[in-house]
Design a protein around this ligand. Structure first.
Ligand code: MG
Ligand code: MG
Ligand code: MG
Length: 301
């Protein structure tokens, strides 16, 4: 009976790409399988599917006792499809810790501590001597670049890098450029207003008796913010807060660009730099560990 292959709920690029790639591999090996997804395709995965001209997996709402299920990029009931506990679990390919699944029958499991499920799937293609097509190579490459944040993530292993090198040769894409384009599209703030972006992840604090607001947005779409820099500053200036900082965090560059309503001395002091609107604060990526304590000590002076 047909195998249903799917990644976790709220699917990321790895969950989408690994379900498609493993389904293709199973089909090539003569097994009947279909790729599914457990939620909306996010922007980043949309970029990938569109770039390599591959259809998104079919949406799967729930499974029943007759269904044969194969999990990729997850192994916990809480993250999986509704009804999985009643269905037949045939196998798992994943790179996460084991999370408490139990079965009545033996199953095929391939779990490895690598940066991405697609790295394991790449190796399964090799082991089974199945040729990796342009499209499949593109999906595998994209997922590995996504999960490893272009090798910046501490979860990255040599196996991930080796797989990417081989896959880049098949797809002929420039890895750096492609990854940045994919990240940019994936974190694009298109269609959002300035107040929406400022308040996307905004927290209020009382520091030295004053109300201070700190917003943080993770994006690689800096240009679209900086094109409206003055409008952002005007918006922050018009706020009721004694001080407001909007940190535009770039996880690849590992730092944040700062827009603010505050005394320049406070910003200079807090982040040990020469304050200016839009200044880059290297290494500042955490509100909890950096933005709040740094601003607190500067404001309390
Ligand atoms: Mg994932
Ligand atoms: Mg993953
Ligand atoms: Mg991920």
């Amino acid at each position: 009976m047909e195998l249903k292959i799917f990644g976790h709920k709220s699917p990321d690029t790895d969950s989408i790409c690994s379900s498609i790639a493993l389904t293709y591999l199973k089909n090539q090996l003569g097994e009947s399988a279909t790729a599914y997804r457990l939620g909306e395709v996010r922007k980043e995965a949309k970029y990938v599917l569109n770039y390599f001209k591959v259809d998104a997996p079919v949406l799967l709402e729930k499974v029943c006792s007759e269904d044969n299920c194969f999990l990729v990029d997850h192994n916990e009931y809480a993250q999986s499809v509704d009804g999985l506990q009643e269905a037949n679990l045939i196998g798992i390919v994943d790179h996460h810790k084991l999370g408490g699944i139990s079965t009545t029958l033996p199953l095929s499991v391939r779990i490895a501590p690598v940066g991405c499920t697609c790295t394991i799937i790449y190796n399964l293609f090799k082991e089974n001597n199945v040729e990796i097509t342009y499209e499949i190579a593109g999906l595998l490459l994209s997922a590995i670049l996504s999960d490893t944040l272009l090798y910046k993530s501490p979860t990255t292993t040599q196996a991930d890098i080796d797989a990417c090198k081989a896959l880049a040769e098949i797809t002929k894409v420039d890895v750096e450029t492609y990854a940045m384009d994919m990240f940019k599209y994936g974190t694009s703030l298109d269609g959002m207003s300035i107040p929406e972006i400022v308040h996307m992840d905004f927290k209020e604090f009382t520091i030295a008796g004053n109300k201070v607001g700190i917003g943080q947005v993770f994006t690689m779409d800096l240009d679209s913010i900086m094109a409206k820099k003055q409008e952002y500053i005007d918006y922050l200036e018009s706020s009721e807060y004694f001080a407001v900082v909007l940190a535009i965090t770039d996880i690849i560059k590992e730092g944040s660009y700062l827009l603010y309503k505050a005394d320049n001395n406070v910003i200079s002091d807090a982040f040990e730099l020469e304050a200016a609107q839009g200044v880059f604060a290297p290494g500042v990526v955490s509100r909890k560990k950096q933005l709040v304590p740094n601003l607190t000590s500067a404001l309390e002076k």
